[in-house]
Write a protein that binds this ligand. Structure first.
Ligand SMILES: Nc1nc2c(ncn2[C@@H]2O[C@H](COP(=O)(O)OP(=O)(O)O)[C@@H](O)[C@H]2O)c(=O)[nH]1
Ligand SMILES: [Mg+2]
Length: 355
């Protein structure tokens, strides 16, 4: 297959998976591939807080972007539908939706309710993206119980599991009876094949209604600290975003490691008139992945957005991030910071399939 039926209603493609699995990167690569085929795409990002690195990143990469903030898709289902409806003004052929990386039970709370809009939208099978490194870590007997619980539940309800980051060359772990695809958003390997498969209608959005204990689910999410911040960073003398970002990321990583706090995903973007830079790590001590205008010239004002998800106390995480920011050779203006433990998930609706 090369073209979905472009005259018909837009496809809605939910791409789930754990924090840092590569969802946003895959959506951008897939949107580029569809653009090459003459198709228009949009994305709806999602978070428990607001001020999202992902939205800044997708829109700066030219992808029509909308967001649902302040709760996961299941708890903000009406807002997800509103966002989808609003995007239809731009006649997208494909709307990608990226749920929060700690979220699960999406089939019962999001996809099944969305079936009621089948006159307007077509639902693609539910892809759950898995970073093989994270899979090995979270399927290990010594894994953190809370993260392992979320990760396993995400796998259980997938229509299709895709292993991300194939370019890294890690072995693919065994994940029960699931058919597994492999792709790399970085090299493009498998991205077109994935799109062909999910937009061909060959796999239905069948899903799996989970047997899930919502108290355990709430405890697992609440074990994480969730920090979202934005600020204007004004270095004196002027510096490039790359010169500011590296030490900031290192300082946060080092301090979190000292405090015994595991990073699930730490990502930040800096925007200046001269360029846009993003850096991220998905684990303590990891070499940051830096993307964007690395050679952007020094600037006096940088707009910073930082999102951190880590296993530990919100108060301690906030103190560490604020401390690292204070040590930058820069004045900080208009800082907005929120650090919290996600509240218990309370889906607007939870359905089981009609026989
Ligand atoms: N090597 C490699 N890294 C990737 C790939 N896809 C994503 N990443 C990196 O993995 C990190 C998390 O990716 P992101 O898309 O933000 O994950 P999300 O949290 O699931 O949306 C980022 O630093 C990406 O650059 C890939 O195909 N190969
Ligand atoms: Mg993302």
């Amino acid at each position: 297959m090369s073209q979905p039926d472009v005259a018909a209603k837009p496809w809605v493609v939910l791409v789930g998976g754990f924090l840092g699995a590569g969802k946003t990167t895959l959506i951008l690569a897939a949107a580029k591939e569809l653009h090459r085929r003459g198709l228009r795409c949009a994305v709806i990002t999602n978070d428990q807080g607001d001020v999202l690195v992902d939205t800044a990143y997708t829109s700066r990469n030219g992808l029509l972007s909308s967001e649902v903030t302040g709760g996961c898709f299941c708890c903000r289902l009406s807002e997800l539908v509103e966002a989808m409806d609003a995007l239809r003004r731009f006649s997208p052929h494909v709307i990608f939706a990226e749920p929060v990386g700690s979220c699960t039970d999406l089939f019962a709370t999001t996809l099944l309710p969305l079936r009621e809009y089948s006159d307007t939208y077509r639902l693609a099978p539910f892809t759950v993206l898995v970073d093989p490194a994270r899979a090995s870590e979270l399927l290990d007997n010594g894994a953190d119980d809370n993260l392992s619980f979320l990760f396993r539940k995400q796998l259980e309800e997938a229509d299709l599991i895709c292993m991300s980051k194939a370019d890294v060359g890690l072995p693919v772990p065994l994940l029960g009876s699931h058919a597994i695809r492999q792709l790399s958003a970085r090299t493009g390997q498998g991205v077109a094949a994935w799109l062909d498969e999910i937009l061909s209608g060959a796999i239905s959005c069948g899903g799996q209604v989970l047997d899930i204990d919502y108290e355990q689910y709430a405890r697992a999410e609440a074990a994480m600290a969730w920090l979202n911040l934005q600020a204007e960073v004004r270095p004196a003398p002027w510096q490039s975003s790359a010169m500011l970002m590296g030490p900031l990321l290192d300082a946060i990583d080092v301090e979190l490691t000292k405090a015994g706090i595991s990073i699930c995903h730490l990502k930040l973007v800096m925007d200046t008139p001269g360029g846009f830079l993003k850096a991220a790590i998905c684990k303590n001590g990891q070499e940051p992945v830096v993307e964007g205008d690395l050679d952007a010239s020094p600037a006096g004002v940088h707009h910073l957005i930082l999102n951190l998800r880590a296993l530990g106390s919100a108060a301690q995480v906030q103190e560490i991030v604020e401390g690292a920011l204070q040590r930058l050779p820069a004045e900080l203006r208009g800082m907005e910071i929120r650090c919290f433990h996600p509240g218990a998930p309370k889906p607007e609706r939870r359905m089981t399939p009609v026989a």
